[in-house]
Design a protein around this ligand. Sequence first.
Ligand code: MN
Length: 246
Amino acid sequence: MIYFISDLHLEEDRPDITGAFLYFMDWVESKADTLYILGDFFESWIGDDEDTVLQVLIKQRLKKFTASGKKLYFMHGNRDFLVGQLFSEQTGAQLLEDPCVVNLNGVDTLLMHGDSLCTADIGYMKFRATIRNPSFLEPFLKRPIEERKITAQQLRAMSQANNQSKDMEIMDVTPEEIPKVLAQHDVDTLIHGHTHRPAVHNLTVNDQKAQRIVLGDWDKEIWYLEIDQAGKQHLKTMPFPVDPTS
Ligand code: MN
């Protein structure tokens, strides 16, 4: 079977999420042929050379998954778009472009992280274009890790301050974008994360049935999407494992 996860936001300050991820990997390993990670897997990523204890642990777990012959695909989110080639080599994950179309057990499906669909948030769209521009990124990646960390923290603080004054609707996907991207890519199924609003939306686009599946974030529970052999999608949750040390 094929599995999707996104928006774990793994970070040192949330060992419960790391624990849940390791628990999920042990659970999913016997069932999955393929695992897709659709972005914001890490809360922050300032370059493949950082190599914190948490990053090493997570990379080793992913490597164990791919070493057994299973496929792993990784799409960038807005928080971890600097995950690069070294990460890919160290984990066996294949990096995916955002957007991209894949065939999931017979169903052509558009995959996105989802932030590029939030077009009503003009401030964010500008910010996104700026930080992904090589004229910002190339010098950024050449700077020492400690300096990059400070810049990343500053950018995050700025974005949090901006988000507080925004309507909740602005931070969701713009509904009009959905039929557009489905038509552009000639598909009727879209899977994305980012908004932390897990749901299966059944839509009608040009008199055709269409589907938008939104993956869930891992703040309070495990969220995953399972695609069975017939190509049918099941969006599910599991509670975090009980921490024996607490
Ligand atoms: Mn995101």
